[in-house]
Design a protein around this ligand. Sequence first.
Ligand code: ATP
Ligand code: ATP
Ligand code: MG
Ligand code: MG
Length: 295
Amino acid sequence: MANSKYEYVKSFEQPDILLPNTWIVVRIDGRGFHKLSDYYAFKKPNDRRALDLMNAAAVEVMNDLPDLCIAYGISDEYSFVFHPSCELFERRNSKLVTTVVSSFTAHYIHQWNSYFSSTPLQPRYLPSFDGRAVIYPNTQILRDYMSWRQVDCHINNLYNTTFWTMVLQGGMNNTDAEQELKGTVSADKNEILFKRFGINYNNELEIYKKGSVVYRQYELQDPNPVQTSVDDDDGSGASSVVPGSKPSRSQQDKLRKLRRKARVVVDHVDIIKDEFWDRRPWILSNAPGKLPIEQ
Ligand code: ATP
Ligand code: ATP
Ligand code: MG
Ligand code: MG
């Protein structure tokens, strides 16, 4: 091992280890997708191909990184969640973020042609993503984070659906539609859609209304109403980790192997209520469930 006089520069590298025993969320977001979606003629308000491509890339990231327990995507963003017990890259912030971002971007670009065969990628307009890691100290706050993103999905989608219906079907210009929607609440938008255009917002596709949740599939559990509380950490996943204790390397390898066996699925369901989490306890507990029989 060379020990040159230049070695000292290594001491300039700053540690960026994320707080132990906390949930880590890496959120990535498409850079300049407003323009990019115009350039590649995404359909407004929702281009199904673009969402399917985002989901396909997210599934591959989950396959690449078995340490991930769940991911949630809307529009040009995806949130990837690492468990409090995760020790990948010694929990180094920049390593985790850059790995997720580059893995996602690579798969997104790799699979572009399968979804946008009529509009191949142009080298001067390539999709890229930024990313950040945020830590959440307990399961309740992690769940609130996920709920926040799903509520955002609903608010944006209702707004965008109404706006684009007024423009594309109602023949309004963008400024007039924007003006009319200013200060409106959900009920007003539902009414505009229904009364003027005969559209019942409830009948819109779930993928648009709920976003996409990506996780490993095991046998669903019976929801047990007695154990639904997420108010205290005892009913939640973080409890399976003894605070302060690190899973050994061999324990981590074993868990990774088990997780790799599970199929990664994409769902468009409510993740705000308890039911989703109660039926899939492995997501928050870090203990792999039972593989479904058909696998
Ligand atoms: P930034 O670089 O700051 O993220 P941005 O242009 O990507 O800027 P966002 O707030 O991330 O802005 O919004 C993403 C935009 O991409 C949406 O407003 C929408 O115009 C477009 N977009 C993303 N996904 C789709 C989709 N599936 N269908 C249609 N448009 C989409
Ligand atoms: P994200 O990047 O978080 O997925 P998005 O980019 O898909 O969000 P936008 O496309 O930014 O969502 O929403 C389109 C436009 O509508 C934006 O200019 C935003 O400011 C505006 N907007 C969204 N929701 C509302 C609302 N409830 N009332 C008024 N304007 C809104
Ligand atoms: Mg963006
Ligand atoms: Mg965005």
